[in-house]
Design a protein around this ligand. Structure first.
Ligand code: FES
Length: 181
């Protein structure tokens, strides 16, 4: 309760002043949080593909321009898609073993050995791995350094799984269709 002097002046008690200061702080923080949320919304929205994109069950992709040893990053249902035109050496490395902690034969992951097609999102937390050709691996995740071999199989944690192979088929030697109709 405020105290009152003899001349009628109202004196705020320490408690009351504290309460007002708290309220101002809470209001400011609330506004700041709301501002941050508004600021983040376009970013969050950009990470969520629109319903229209997700509704496109299949995508046709021209792979004729992908040179040997190179990667094309395409899109499927709003997600990155890695298409690698593997050289003979890359295929040999992929076929030399079954990968690391999530073993799988390379032959089970490709339709044609010279074409490796993968979803470009890390199974750990969804970052997009970087194409980086080394003796040991072909991708490294920029978020927590998981590595993936020449078949997209995980070699180094924390990713618990291999890069996923999406459903796809060859329409011709130069075009694939990704997804299931
Ligand atoms: S998101 Fe790729 S290792 Fe964590």
């Amino acid at each position: 309760m405020p105290d009152q002097k003899d001349d009628g002046e109202i004196i705020e008690s320490a408690d009351n002043t504290q309460t007002r200061r708290d309220w101002l702080l809470i209001s400011t923080l609330t506004l700041a949080t709301a501002g941050t949320a508004v600021g983040l919304w376009p970013f969050i929205k950009s990470l969520n593909p629109s319903a229209e994109i997700q509704a496109q069950r299949t995508s046709k992709i021209d792979i004729s321009a992908v040179e040997l040893g190179e990667q094309l990053v395409a899109q499927w249902q709003g997600k990155p898609l890695f298409i690698v035109h593997r050289t003979k050496e890359m295929i040999e490395k992929a076929e030399a073993d079954d990968g690391g902690t999530d073993p799988q034969a390379d032959s089970e992951r490709v339709e044609r050995p010279e074409w490796l097609i993968l979803l470009g999102t890390c199974p750990h937390l969804g970052c997009v791995p970087r194409f980086e050709e080394t003796d040991e691996y072909l991708w490294v995740c920029p978020c927590h350094n998981s590595t993936f071999d020449y078949s997209g199989r995980v070699l180094r944690a924390p990713s618990p799984k291999n890069l996923q192979v999406p459903p796809y088929r060859f329409i011709s030697d130069t075009e694939i269709e990704v997804g299931e109709a």
